[in-house]
Design a protein. Structure first.
Length: 221
């Protein structure tokens, strides 16, 4: 499995040094990765939920690395375990994805998520997974991500691809003319919203390959 990733925290005039509320981890030796998005409502109580999200993802990576080599990864069980171990105040979404032999398994809480591209629509070999936080899915339709894959066919490594997807989503988030997925959903709920939705944006792009270099990394700090 080979991967690329990109994290673009939203810019805050009140706190230019903010790390944002998203976090993610990548554990290649377990072919597992995940994203988390801290719940912004905690800011009203003076709590940075990004700290919670980063600790949660860090704890998840630690739990994965402590598993015995031949032991299967139980995503839900680990998520419950690391949630109890996370001591920071706040809460977050969580989306964790793993490859178990010939099956794609996932655990998801909240509005983060992932897309799978394959068959005739897949530009790269194997199956392409694209997990992300709501900052991605609120500002790019699945069809638009597919267009980016087609436009970059054979001309972009996964790291560059993740950066391109995140950058387009970021530009859409500040646009007042773009009819975003968030705006469409708001309209269907009877709420008026024009343009994109400014938010932290996390993108991981993963492709199944026969060989990979086992590395475990945690990001978001």
């Amino acid at each position: 499995m080979i991967l690329g990733f990109c994290y673009l925290p939203k810019k805050l005039e009140s706190n230019p040094e903010s790390l944002g509320e998203d976090a993610h981890f990548i554990c290649q030796e377990r072919q597992t990765f995940g994203v988390a998005d801290g719940v912004g409502g905690w800011a009203m109580k003076g709590i940075d939920s990004g700290i919670f999200a980063r600790e949660l993802m860090s704890n998840y990576l630690t739990a994965l690395r402590s598993l015995k080599l031949k032991r299967d990864v139980n995503l839900k069980k680990i998520l419950l375990k690391v949630h109890y171990k996370t001591v920071a105040l706040g809460s977050s979404t969580a989306c964790v994805v793993t490859l178990k032999r010939d099956r794609l398994c996932y655990a998801n809480v909240g509005d983060s998520g992932f897309m799978v591209f394959r068959g005739k629509r897949l530009v790269y070999r194997g199956i392409l997974w694209l997990p992300g936080t709501d900052g991605l899915f609120d500002n790019l339709f699945g069809s638009e991500i597919e267009e980016i894959l087609q436009e970059t066919e054979g001309r972009s490594c996964l790291q560059d691809l993740a950066w391109t997807i995140a950058t387009v989503a970021s530009m859409n988030s500040t646009s007042e003319d773009y009819d975003s997925p968030f705006a469409v959903a708001a309209e269907s709920a009877g709420i008026e919203h024009i343009g994109g939705k400014v938010d932290d944006i996390t993108v991981i792009v993963a492709v199944i390959e026969l060989y990979h270099s086992p590395v475990a990394l945690c990001y978001g700090y």
